[in-house]
Ligand binder design. Sequence first.
Ligand code: ATP
Length: 378
Amino acid sequence: MSALIRIEGVSKRFGNFAAVDDVSLDIRENEFFALLGPSGCGKTTLLRMLAGLEVPSEGRILIDGQDMANVAPNKRPVNMVFQSYAVFPHMTVAQNVGYGLRIDGVARAEIEGRVREALGLVKLDGLEARKPDQLSGGQRQRVALARALIKRPKVLLLDEPLSALDAKLRETMRSELAMIQDQVGVTFVMVTHDQDEALAMACRCGVMHKGQLQQVATPADLYEYPANRFVADFIGSVNLFEGRLALDQPDQARVEVPGLGASIWVDHGVTGATGGTVWAAIRPEKIELHHRGAQADVGGGDPPPLPAGTPVDANLLEGSVRHSSYLGSETVYEIEVAGGRMVKVLRSNVRRYEERAFEVGDVVWLSWSPQAPAVLLS
Ligand code: ATP
């Protein structure tokens, strides 16, 4: 797929402050791209530059091969859906949706046909004559979406499109919005600070922090192969161990973590940072829990079998369950290991009734495969 949007070395400064700092990024035709990051990271400013509502201090933005430098917002092949999904309160649904076409002087019969088509797309058929105050929040959001899509933009920009909806509706709208995008084949660029939302909806995500783009990848790659500590921590839940890269070979590496009582062994090399400080990132669901025995016989109980080839002193920790949170489909355990460090372990509840439960106070073993940790340099 070719790049529909090309962002080349774009920065935006407000006074001395760089809200967006040297961002380069290609967004492909027909993809659902999410710009993701904490509040204030610059994602909205970047979106506004695509819309032409802010002018870059440096760099270029090309859409469909055309430099946008001197193209006014209303002449760009983009349309924007705002956070507050502003719809005109005095107009009916049909009038709201057809508004942009009326302004453009499109013939009435064509407007009617396209309004019908757009309302069908967002599943609002039959509600043409309603006013916005007779609609639910989710329906108003769909009106805003239909109004933006009816003009058939090449790119639809969405600024926190679901943030005004309640949690349950937000979840329903996630898959609906993704399906609508798939159906219309318009390139969607969405800004959100909600990582679940971005992972659930986008084909690819760009993670921003302090104005800089940290990583661009598919949701699965962001989660499994974060590029740095910020991304590992921001996307999902993670256990981060700071240590020294004591061994670094193409097919294995070892991180020594002071005071942990075990080293972290991984099945891949870490491009030449031997001796340096690194972080090993292990997701809570990748750690296995094993019973070590009742508190009365602490010190007893054999360690669990480790994956073939794992050195005996690696990837194995003893700990004590300090807290457990039952979350329905899974339970999250906080386990205290050597040095008072807390490790988060997530366990599926699929076999909850067949297995012996872990209780607060239980002494346990924690183990993980050498494939589980990601070793991060910064
Ligand atoms: P949020 O999720 O809170 O909207 P964001 O990641 O979208 O955050 P931006 O709105 O892009 O962040 O803002 C990035 C930074 O630039 C913030 O620190 C903000 O205060 C600053 N900023 C944005 N617009 C202006 C402006 N017009 N003048 C001065 N500073 C601004």
